[in-house]
Design a protein around this ligand. Sequence first.
Ligand code: GLN
Length: 492
Amino acid sequence: MTDLTSLTLAEARDALKKKEITSVELTGAYLKEMEAAGALNAYVTVTAEKAMEMAKASDAKLQKGQGGPLEGVPLGIKDLFCTKDVLTTACSHILDGFVPPYESTVTANLWRDGAVMLGKLNNDEFAMGSSNETSHYGAVVNPWRRKGSDAKLVPGGSSGGSSAAVAARLCAAATATDTGGSIRQPAALTGTVGLKPTYGRCSRWGIVAFASSLDQAGPIARDVRDAAIMLRSMAGHDEKDTTSVDRVVPDYEAALAGGVKGLSVGIPKEYRVEGMPKEIDDLWTRGIEWLKAAGATVKEVSLPHTKYALPTYYIVAPAECSSNLARYDGVRYGLRVEGRDVTEMYENTRAAGFGAEVKRRILMGTYVLSAGYYDAYYLKAQKLRTLIARDFAEAFSEVDVLLTPTAPSAAFAIGEKTDDPLSMYLNDVFTVTVNLAGLPGISVPAGLSGDGLPLGLQLIGRTFDEETLLRAAQAIEDAADFNAAPNAWWRA
Ligand code: GLN
């Protein structure tokens, strides 16, 4: 880690504006760190030339006292975001060689605001996973290690490249996506901040679709302020996505100063799940005390349908994915494996192109949508989804935000859960509810496990009330004073 790459996004932005540093220097420093961090496998495509060009253009603007809110700031982009003329694969073999002729709205917004693209970040194939082990390009390695051990740990998923890159200082911040926890859980496992905005806050246009009614883009960043800055640039109405909402994008950074005095925080009692490790429970209790000490009031609330959230998610998400992934047929995108006729070509392409987890989801999805089972599974899941959303609506008539743990454990070892999908799916127990209800959620690093690994606390807010969410997150961050960092073993 160099001095330049140790700057937070806010610090880098300010230093660039004051011309204390140049974007070319900063971008060069990141590219060097990225080169030395091959062992983490965080980036799948490095766009060094493009980065230097963008940095030069930013410097020219900054020299003249011009430029956008992110002018010259180097970012990593999850490989789920389509980037014009830059390979975009969703880390699937089936998208081999796919170079989109268009730019996703979220990344276009970032470039509009002056950001510099360092490259594309690894993720679970089509964002399906909680450990970044389903990527066609191999697992990402968490920069953190257990105390006294050199076992390789997962960085969470599906945005594991984003979380690892931010934790290892391989970008100032990163884009990510969250369908059931893929921003918040990897953030928790790497000591970073992950913000999943309200459904409709960021445009989904140009993001490779997984489950369209749940997918939402958001940032993974080093601290709450950086997440707020990123969200302001990423968010906004987009005519190309009819589910994006036409509401003013607030100055989220300005909201941070609001504090939590008088804020009412709910503690959902159903999140105290059986078998939760004591250190997670203790961390949660500490979080409650921190918010109280900062002037918030805390009360227990009930979200009675919580226990149905995981089964509901694992019906809705595969159903939507089976429909979304029908487009990969060997004709329009990426890989084609020939056959004797067109049907066999489809079959060969899909058999070779999709990994095991993606196939599992497509099979489950087509099953629950099939005529004989639609009512029994899919329709029932939709009803439960409504009840889960209603639970939250009722809780938010009593409190302003909810506090929960982000994930049921710290980072686990690579390979530990790959043969056990159910135990892998359990990672999402605290996060999927938020997607089912379309709410915003954030994970903030709050402490270390007994093994010396980061643990996160999650805050959940009302729809389109990211400002209150960020204020509460800032209070947790201030109180936690989390400043541990992984030792940079990968640079050895
Ligand atoms: N881990 C969850 C899944 O595998 C969530 C993934 C996501 O949010 N993209 O579906």
